[in-house]
Design a protein around this ligand. Sequence first.
Ligand code: B1M
Length: 207
Amino acid sequence: MEFIRIAEALKAGKVNDVKTYTEMALSAGKEPKDIINEGLMAGMNVVGEKFKNGELFVPEVLIASKAMNAGMEIIKPLLKEGDVVSKGKCVFATVKGDLHDIGKKLVCMMMESSGYEVVDLGVDASPEKIVNAVKEHDADIVGMSAMLTTTMLSMKKTVEALKENGLYDNVKVMIGGAPVTVNYAEEIGAHYSPDSTEAVELANELM
Ligand code: B1M
C-alpha cells in the first residue's frame, strides 16, 4: 500500500505527498531499497513510458523528476552499502558553443532516476573538458547533447579527442538533441537516442 501511494504521488508530480509517503513508509519499517525500487522507481518507470508514448509532456516529466529527487533525498542517508547498485557512471554535457540544456537535464534526471551515477558538466563543454572528466571519473558512458546544427560538429571532435587520449574503447558514447540523427551518430562512432526514455533504454543495452 505504501509503495503504491508513493508511485501514484510521483506520477502525479506531488512533491510533498512523495515526501510524506516516503517518511510514512520508513516509519512503518519498510526497507529504503524497497521504497526506491517498488515506490519511486516504479512510479518513474511509468512516467518514462507515458512520456515516450506522448501521454505526458516535458513539464510533467520535470515535476515527476523533482518528486523523485525529493523522495531520494530522504532515503539517501539511510542507504546501506549494496542497497543500490549503480548501473554505471556517466559524464553528460551540452557540447561546446551550445547553451541549450533543458533536454540534456531531462536525460540526466531520467538516467539518475534509473540508477546511473551522472556527472553533469553543464553547457558549452569543450572536447578537452569532456575528456578530462571521463579520465577523472573513470566514466562508462559519455553523453553529449547538441541543439544547433553548427555545434553538432563538436560531438565528432570530442569522439576524436577520446580516441587520441586512448579512452574511446573503454566508454560508450551516446548522443542526442533535435538536429542529431542516427546516421550522424553512426558516422562519428556514437550511439543515438531520440529522447530521454530511449536514452535510458540505450544505456541499459550498452552496459
Ligand atoms: Co534555441 N534554438 N537558440 N534557445 N531553442 C532552437 C534549438 C532552434 C531549433 C529554434 C528555431 O530556430 N526553430 C534553433 C536551432 C536551429 C538549428 O541550428 N537547427 C535555435 C537557435 C537558432 C538558437 C540561437 C542561435 C538563437 C539566437 O541567439 N539567434 C541561440 C543559440 C545559443 C547557443 O546555444 N549558443 C538560442 C538560444 C536559446 C535560449 C537560450 C533562448 C533557449 C535555451 C534555454 C536553455 O536550454 N536553458 C532556447 C530554446 C528554449 C530553444 C527551443 C525553443 C527549445 C529547446 C528545448 O529546450 N526543447 C528550440 C526550438 C525547438 O526545439 N522547438 C531552440 C525541449 C527539450 C526537452 O527538448 O532539447 O530536443 P530537446 O531534448 C530532447 C531530445 O532532443 C533528446 O531528449 C530530450 C528529451 O526528450 N535529447 C537527447 C537531448 N539531448 C540528448 C542527449 C542524449 C539523448 C537524447 O544522449 C546523450
